[in-house]
Design a protein around this ligand. Structure first.
Ligand code: HEM
Ligand code: SF4
Ligand code: SF4
Length: 461
């Protein structure tokens, strides 16, 4: 579930590679298309058939992970403000993926493909155009010829390329997007596709017969489900277009129509003070949302570069703050000095015998930690805001150790906090006295136990 976007990419690469193989053997003629797929499936059983099945199951996998990825970004509040471009481009991908699937089925030109093509043609005919009605292709004395398969194949390949283009836009404002699943996950999913393809190979139905009424082929829960659904509601094509366009538009507008949680609404974007900036680019490298631009120096100082914060892209996460070696960055009231002052003010008696606990405000209810003994707590916007300076101040102030309680490593709300914390640990060197724990929303007691154990461990160091 932490790798749904990356799995989407994995399935797309699998579809593209297997698709190239299938294309080599695909016959673009009216009387050859079905047979060419059959020859590949039955004749080349142990490679052609398997590759065809992998192509099919990877497409099903894509539909599944895209749906889950959409729901996950929506329900984890990762779709608005600085993420709007990823969200809107994601919505644009939906019909492209769907059309891609339907054209794929139609290319096989079995009864199921015929049903999909006829239904889609009926829907397309409802769009006013000067072209001859698409449905006319499918009447026995109609205009269908090999051109139909040429257009279909062209669409199938073009839509796949369009998908890649939209995905490029999708990840444009995401720094270091995770587009590859971890190797073990990729291996397991790859093996699963292979196993499924061997145990239950994808096969064609009977060849399409234009002289016969459309038969009722098996359901397809991934791409063709809108057709029986529309039939069940006896929806006219114009209604289908209106409902689909309305649903896609409403979905695209979600970043602007769903109200923000209060904490997010009052977040202030980062600011850079050029007086202290040397243009070292460290903040740019730390930013998870491509919100920091590098520009040529404009103030005549003796440095080559400077940075500019793009406020509308800034998530106010604070990851750039510890990355900056100078006091050039502030995120609202969060500055290097603020950490120093706050730590000293909060704990005037020093931290001796206690642990310093930093809690990410995105990782659940911070009050859960009030029951911890010998613990000084500070709530921060993201665990990644902690730099070497703040952590060292706590350790030098006598703390037994520092615990950072944040999101699950792979599921950080601001994406890159773990990477930033790893750099902080390396910078301070006293790695054993700094521990990160993932806050469990379902069993907070487990997290509290983990922190208590960490404290015992610090004492033994
Ligand atoms: C082919 C389909 C898709 C693929 C391959 C894909 C892939 C990805 C990848 C790799 C990321 C970056 C993850 C990260 O590193 O944090 C991402 C982020 C995102 N995707 Fe998709 N995506 C697809 C479709 C969609 C759809 C349909 C939506 C929703 C309508 C969507 C919404 C988002 C959002 C909001 C983010 C930003 C999440 C964040 O910043 O944590 N994506 N996607
Ligand atoms: S606060 Fe976060 S999103 Fe904003 S510039 Fe800094 S690192 Fe980038
Ligand atoms: S990290 Fe600090 S000094 Fe370096 S470019 Fe960013 S703001 Fe300037």
């Amino acid at each position: 579930m932490y790798n749904l976007g990356a799995l989407g990419y994995f399935f797309i690469w699998t579809i593209l590679i297997s698709g190239v193989y299938l294309f080599i053997f695909y016959d673009l003629h009216l009387d050859g298309a079905y047979n060419s797929v059959q020859r590949l499936t039955v004749g080349q059983k142990y490679y052609g058939g398997v590759i065809r099945s992998i192509h099919r199951y990877a497409s099903d996998g894509l539909a599944l992970v895209v749906a889950l990825h959409l729901l996950q970004t929506l329900f984890s509040d990762r779709f608005r403000k600085y993420r709007w471009l990823a969200w809107v481009s994601g919505v644009v991908i939906l019909p492209v993926v769907w059309f891609e699937g339907v054209t794929g089925y139609a290319m096989v030109f079995d009864e199921k493909g015929k049903m999909a093509a006829i239904q889609l043609a009926g829907w397309l005919d409802a769009i006013p155009s000067a072209l001859e009605p698409f449905s006319r292709n499918f009447i026995p004395s109609g205009t269908m010829n090999s051109l139909f398969f040429l257009v279909l194949t062209f669409l199938h390949i073009t839509l796949a390329s369009l998908m890649l283009l939209i995905l490029w836009i999708h990840c444009m404002r995401i720094s270091r997007p995770v587009i590859n699943p971890p190797p073990r996950l990729a291996l397991y999913v790859g093996l699963m596709l292979l196993l499924l393809s061997i145990v239950k190979p994808a096969v064609s139905g009977p060849p399409a017969d234009l002289a016969a009424l459309a038969s009722n082929p098996d359901e397809d829960w991934f791409y063709l489900f809108p057709f029986p659904l529309a039939d069940a509601f006896a929806a006219a094509p114009s209604t289908i277009w209106l409902v689909s366009a309305g649903a896609l538009l409403t979905l695209s507008a979600m970043p602007w129509i769903v109200r923000e949680p209060r904490a997010a609404a009052k977040a202030v974007p980062a600011k850079v003070d050029l007086e202290y900036c040397t243009g070292c680019e460290q903040c740019h490298k730390a930013c998870p949302f491509e919100a920091i631009n590098i520009l040529p120096r404009s103030d005549g100082r003796d440095y080559e570069l400077e940075v500019e914060i793009l406020e509308e892209r800034c998530a106010s996460c604070g990851l750039c703050l510890p990355a900056c070696p100078f006091p050039a960055i502030s995120v609202g009231y969060w500055t290097h000095e603020f950490f120093d002052k706050r730590i000293a003010e909060l704990f005037p008696g020093g931290l001796k015998g206690r642990i310093m606990l930093f809690v990410c405000e995105r990782a659940g209810d911070p009050d859960v930690f009030n029951t911890l003994e010998n613990t000084a707590k500070m709530v921060v916007p993201c665990a990644g805001i902690l730099g070497a300076r703040a952590v060292t101040a706590c350790l030098d102030g006598g703390a037994d150790g520092v615990v950072v309680a944040g999101c699950v490593e792979e599921d950080c709300h601001y994406r890159l906090s773990q990477r930033r914390l790893d750099i902080t640990r390396l910078e301070i060197g006293r790695i054993k006295r700094v521990k990160t724990v993932a806050v469990s929303r379902f069993s907070p007691d487990k997290t509290l136990d983990e922190i208590r154990k960490a404290h015992e461990g610090f004492k033994r160091e």
